[in-house]
Design a protein. Structure first.
Lengths: 559, 304
């Protein structure tokens, strides 16, 4: 049939390899450029073996100065933990409340109109791009020192992530139930309320818990600009060079982060399980509370029976109410200051405008470049460290169970350490400056990137590997030809996500003295040069959005 | 075709009185309805049909023949590119947003994928059928008036599932979920019932259950039923009238009364546009029993 089978072997023509598509050439060039940029950054930041050996002495010195750890008295410790948790809880609750209407407006099935959809999407992108630290500086100016500014700052910034995930969840939802309510003459509000909340509830809560974990880490950073809680205590200790107390508090944060992550992970896993639950009822709760109750038309109650699931729902709502009241009581939100701050909004905003370079635009650009260098170098070093660790942690890449389990545990531990704590440690070890920031972000990459890499290796299609094994290929051949080849686009995507993430973190870690434009931001806010804060913010947002756009484009191009 | 239903005729020439009489006879009327989805895709191509009040009609046709599109025009989920759709004496596309909601209250819809809210209790799903007559959104069962909950239990009893009232909807089998969806539609106390492939996601036994239930309810409540189906045998058992659609056009229209098995076997070929004798034994053709040798999985139940 085809000419190939009829032609004799010698005059059979091998079809010419098709020219690669323009986008894939561009993607390759960009990737090479990014790696080259990373190498250049490593060099120009002065990160080399000598620096690392030098700082090793400092490290020994530092550890000698931080032991014995000096924990505050139990009552004070508990009070600090409680305050931090209260701030984070209220911030997350606020962001959920703000995100719900934004997500409804941003999602295609529930939007009010095309304009509202674009406005809502623009708001989420903006909320994500403006760091909570900058928001905190603005709100501290408006509402005074204390928890209120931190709650509102994190509450608004979190909308960027929560509203986006909520909108995605709404769009992925089966349109059927909503359409059925439309068919029976229900209004828009009825369609939304009858079909969405119950179906989405597990996802809504899981997203909020995930954000709670992230906000807990951020709250420590916000301590540096004056928001209360453990972060403020750490900042105060380190300012007075009290490393024994500071590091004790850092350990406390680490434990708190791991503890909260375990709790929220358990709740999230439970939610996912109950989402696919089979028949409810039949537990001892049902038998105890609904004894003698008839089912069917003879059931005269017309109310749902007190099943275990209903108890759980009721208790969850009650707990949220109790937590909210307790948290509000602890942080003691000053409603008059809040009102005052809102009334004085025009005057406050006037302080921030017009943006000004504070005398030297070139020094701003210099520091901005340092920030970009930090994130490029940290992403490169991070990828070099994280890719082997991720491969070793993948079940299907390493046959030896104890090896991949060990590496999984390492990843979990590194993930538990907030990047801020790493940055603080490295600032002490290798001195103020960009080396500390780069090393902190590089280590942080192990937690983020190796997990993603291990996961994407484990998600590869095992049938392809089996097919190759069936041809007699060795373990290594199977890994390179089947497993790695399938996961390669995911590697690129995850590394770009890391860069995207690092550029945000790099701007912020400057606050603790880890170099880059974040340091200028902190200084400007300390000396009340709010017009400079605005200028720094504009530069940061521009760079963050540019890197994000590049990362989104490249992730799509290699898919 | 002896039982060919005449179309309502030219809209412009009608006096209002004549229109009123026609409205009494036909619960649903499609007058020169064309739907252009853009790009030259015609969902419906100049369709003229009248559906008599209290009759059960089945739309037959392959996927993409326009069955769902036609049904979605009747309750205003689609608007025609040209032509008019009259339901219960009202022009669906000129009653306005509020008028359309009021009209939809009288039109129950059954979907192929049931469209229940999975994590919600069966009873709350059924109560949702009343939303069109209630003001404001409801986020829990307890927000429905007691009378509505009472009625919902009765409707559930009617479809034989009252004992499942407080179970999560997604824990029921497909056939049970479709019965819950029917109970939800009954909550509207509809006069017209639309069913878009109501049994396409069900196994043969549940499918027959659901079809029998629909037939029984249609008779008891004197509903005007318009359903789309794939199976010819099921359609003949269920409907008073069969309309075949192909490429958005009504290519077949006949009563099921006195339909011989021989005639039935020609229905599929006229709907699919395939001559069975020429096409040879395709999987689709095998579903069409030759006269006298009815062998579909459903036939045992249907011929009982």
């Amino acid at each position: 049939m085809s000419t190939l089978t009829q032609a004799s072997p010698e005059n059979r023509e091998v079809p010419a390899r098709p020219r690669p598509a323009g986008s894939s050439i561009a993607a390759t060039i960009v990737m090479i450029a990014l790696v080259a940029g990373g190498v250049w950054s490593v060099g120009s930041l002065g990160i080399d073996v000598a620096t690392i050996v030098d700082s090793f002495d400092n490290a020994v010195n530092f550890f000698a100065r931080m032991v014995p750890l000096d924990f505050p008295p139990v009552a004070e410790t508990l009070s600090l933990v409680f305050e931090t948790l209260a701030i984070v809880f209220l911030a997350t609750l606020l962001s959920v409340a703000l995100s719900l209407p934004v997500a409804l407006a941003a999602a295609r099935p529930t939007r009010w109109g095309v304009t509202s959809q674009w406005v809502a999407r623009g708001l989420t992108v903006l909320a994500r791009a403006v760091p909570d630290l900058v928001l905190a500086i603005i709100f501290l100016r408006m509402f005074g020192l204390g928890a209120t500014a931190g709650i509102i700052a994190m509450g608004i910034h979190s909308v960027g992530m929560i509203a986006k995930l909520y909108a995605d969840a709404i769009e992925e939802l089966d349109a059927g139930p909503r359409e059925s309510v439309e068919s029976l003459g229900g209004t828009r509000a009825q369609q939304i309320m009858a079909a969405l909340p119950q179906t989405l509830m597990p996802q809504l809560i899981a997203t909020a818990l995930h954000r709670f974990d992230i906000n807990l880490r951020t709250s420590v950073l916000l301590g540096y600009v004056g928001v209360g809680g453990i972060g403020l205590a750490i900042a105060d200790s380190l300012r007075t060079l009290d490393y024994q107390r500071g590091m004790a508090l850092a350990v406390l944060v680490l434990l708190l982060c791991i503890g909260i992550e375990l709790v929220s992970g358990t709740i999230r896993a439970g939610l996912m399980r109950s989402a696919g639950q089979t028949i409810t009822g039949g537990t001892w709760v049902d038998r105890l509370f609904n004894a003698g109750r008839e089912s069917g038309v003879n059931d005269l109650h017309l109310t749902p029976p007190w099943s275990a699931a209903r108890f759980k729902r009721f208790l969850s709502v009650a707990l949220i109410v109790v937590f909210t009241v307790a948290a509000l009581w602890r942080v003691d939100v000053s409603w008059s200051a809040l009102l005052q701050g809102i009334l004085e909004l025009p005057q406050t905003l006037a302080l921030f405008f017009p943006p000004s370079a504070g005398g030297s635009m070139s020094s701003l650009f210099e520091q901005l470049l340092v920030t970009v260098q930090i994130s490029l170098a940290a992403s490169l070093i991070g990828a070099v460290l994280a890719i082997p660790i991720g491969i070793l942690a993948a079940r299907n890449a390493v046959a030896n169970a104890s090896v991949h389990q060990t590496f999984r545990v390492i990843i979990v531990i590194v993930r538990g350490i907030p990047e801020l704590i790493l940055a603080i440690i490295f600032v002490v070890i290798s001195g103020l400056g960009e080396v500390a920031g780069t090393l902190a972000l590089s280590i942080g990459a192990i937690g983020l990137l190796s997990k993603l890499i291990a996961d994407s290796l484990e998600e590869t299609d095992t049938q392809v590997q089996e097919a190759m094994r069936a041809t007699g290929a060795s373990q290594a051949q199977v890994f390179f030809s089947a497993t790695l080849r399938q996961a390669a686009p995911a590697f690129v995507a995850h590394t770009m996500y890391l860069l995207d993430n690092n550029i945000r973190s790099a701007t912020l870690l400057g606050v603790v003295g880890a170099g880059g434009i974040g340091f200028l931001l902190l200084n400007a806010s300390r000396v009340n040069q709010f017009d400079v804060v605005t200028m720094v913010l504009i530069l940061m947002v521009a760079v963050v959005l540019a890197v994000e756009a590049l990362s989104v484009w490249l992730r799509n191009a290699v898919r | 075709m002896s039982n060919h239903h005449t179309t309502p005729g030219d809209h412009r020439a009608k006096t209002t009185e004549l229109q009123r009489e026609i409205d009494d006879i036909y619960a649903v009327q499609l007058d020169h309805v064309t739907k252009d989805f853009g790009g030259g895709v015609l969902g419906l191509d100049d369709v003229n049909l009248g559906f008599r009040t209290g009759r059960v009609t089945v739309l037959l046709g392959l996927s993409g023949s326009g069955k769902s599109t036609l049904l979605r025009h009747i309750n205003g989920l689609h608007a025609p590119t040209s032509g008019t759709v009259r339901v219960l004496g009202q022009d669906v596309n000129s009653v306005g947003k509020r008028g359309l909601r009021e009209l939809r209250r009288n039109i129950g819809v059954i979907f192929q994928s049931f469209n229940l809210v999975g994590p919600m209790s069966v009873l709350e799903n059924v109560c949702a059928g009343q939303l069109g007559s209630l003001k404001g959104p409801r986020i829990s069962l307890m927000m429905y008036p007691k009378s509505v909950r009472r009625e919902a239990i009765e409707k559930l009893d009617r479809v034989g599932l009252a004992d499942r009232a407080y179970q999560r909807a997604d824990t029921l089998s497909g056939g049970q979920q479709q019965r819950v969806a029917i109970a939800r539609a009954l909550m509207q106390r509809p006069t017209v019932l639309l069913a878009d492939e109501p049994v396409a996601s069900l196994d043969p036994v549940s499918a027959l259950d659901v079809i029998n239930l629909l037939r029984q309810i249609a008779e008891e409540d004197n509903l005007t039923v318009i359903a789309s189906l794939h199976q010819v045998q099921l359609a003949i058992e269920f409907a008073d009238r069969i309309i075949g659609l192909r490429g958005g056009q009504a290519v077949l229209d006949r009563s099921t009364a006195g339909l011989s098995a021989e005639e039935a076997s020609t229905i599929y070929s006229s709907v699919s546009g395939m001559d069975l004798a020429e096409a040879g034994p395709s999987p689709a053709a095998k579903d069409q029993p030759a006269a006298g040798s009815v062998r579909t999985p459903l036939s045992s139940g249907l011929t009982r």
